[in-house]
Design a protein around this ligand. Structure first.
Ligand code: ADP
Ligand code: MG
Length: 364
């Protein structure tokens, strides 16, 4: 990996502290996943031996969108450790080429893959997953934050165990809302299949967009395909605008009316009439004693999941292309690139020492 030079970052404002080069205390390892503008890698804190996940964001790819990373840091700083189902930000820093967000390591993988690996899967499992998701969403909304990119790929599990905690990740598109002034947000963002109608209408989108996404996720978790899946984006958008979806009996005969009613309440076109996070949590579908029908949904869900996988990969590729922009840096600390163990062994040198100054975050 390239070594750091100590060129100072351009000042981004009178109050921005001058970046400093600091020794690094982490070593990065295997890749855990990748999104459209970042790669997430396992990393170990050299002093404590504790493992974390480092979201490595390529500055060049992010150029022009630095605000997304600043936003992600700001949001995570605000909500980290406040709720058991939200990923904790542990540290952050930057090198010449990359930005690093160090978070809890979610060792249980993504929601999507985890369900496919299970031996059986019931409606009550979906209730449990959606209850945990909505509990975190309610916490975010109570703190004036809209996630705006809720989808199965951003829902992770803390450990591989069956009863592992679900974690909401990826706050790159989320927004801290000033309740008074920014009730309505107007930027187009998110993943097409999970976007609410008001996003396409450009009438702004606040907290209700997250509830719409929860409706899409619930539909997806119960049958393995998304409700507005169409041959092209135009048709998909039209379907979303009209909430044009159905519960095809081929896939939905083993799902309760309570679950279908919950989905309808989330997929309500008018954001004013859509359930709020707290109202959704009170729906009978999410009651602790809701069991749903007793049929194992896994065969249908897995079959449809696998068929959809390729489409989702294609959507992510489109997002990646959109995010290619030029120029710009962040206003954090500057440090030397962390080396992987392999690179370190190859060079037989000690790990570069790099670290940012204390940022008021949890210290490893
Ligand atoms: P992007 O904004 O590029 O979508 P994400 O934060 O969603 O980036 O991370 C991309 C992928 O990396 C996730 O979908 C997940 O598979 C994996 N990932 C992200 N954070 C963690 C983590 N803390 N622990 C384990 N895997 C993670
Ligand atoms: Mg993501």
């Amino acid at each position: 990996m390239s070594s750091a030079t100590t060129a100072p970052l351009p000042a981004t404002g009178a109050t921005t502290p001058k970046p400093q080069v600091q020794p690094c205390r982490y070593k990065t390892g295997k890749t855990l996943g990748s999104g459209s503008y970042s790669t997430v890698r396992e990393c170990v804190h050299i002093d404590t031996g504790r493992y974390y996940a480092a979201k490595v964001i390529n500055k060049r790819l992010m150029a022009g969108r630095e605000h997304m990373v600043r936003n992600e840091i700001a949001v995570l700083k605000r909500v980290s450790m406040g709720h058991q189902n939200i990923l904790t930000l542990v540290d952050y820093f930057e090198t010449m080429n990359n930005l690093y967000l160090v978070t809890d390591l979610a060792m249980g993988g993504e929601l999507f893959d985890r369900i496919c690996r299970k031996g059986s899967y019931y409606e009550s499992d979906t209730s449990d997953l959606i209850r945990a998701t909505l509990s975190a969403v309610a916490y975010l909304h109570d703190h004036g934050i809209v996630h705006r990119d809720l989808k199965p790929e951003n829902l992770l599990f803390r450990t591989p165990e069956d009863n592992a905690e679900l974690l909401i990740a990826d706050f790159g598109l989320s927004r801290i809302i000033d309740e008074e002034q920014f009730h309505v947000l107007t930027t187009t963002c998110g993943t097409p299949g999970y976007m609410a109608p008001e996003i396409f209408k450009k009438t702004g989108h606040g907290k209700p967009v997250d509830i719409w996404a929860v409706g899409v996720i619930t539909y997806f978790l119960l049958c393995g395909c998304t409700p507005f899946d169409r041959d092209n984006n135009m048709e998909e958008m039209q379907a979303i605008l009209n909430a044009d979806y159905k519960f095809d009996p081929d896939y939905w005969s083993n799902v309760s009316d309570t679950a279908k009613d919950f989905i309808r309440c989330c997929l309500t076109v008018d954001p004013e009439k859509r359930l709020t996070a707290h109202q959704a949590l009170a729906h009978p579908f999410l009651a602790e004693n809701h069991r749903g029908l007793k049929e194992d949904l896994l065969p249908t869900v897995r079959k449809n999941f696998n068929a959809r996988r390729n489409l989702i990969a294609a959507i992510d590729a489109v997002r990646a292309v959109r995010k290619l922009r030029a120029g710009g840096t962040m206003d954090g600390a500057l440090s030397i690139s962390p080396e992987t163990q392999k690179e370190k062994d190859e060079k037989s040198t000690s790990v570069g020492l790099w670290k940012k100054p204390a940022g008021g975050l949890m210290r490893p």
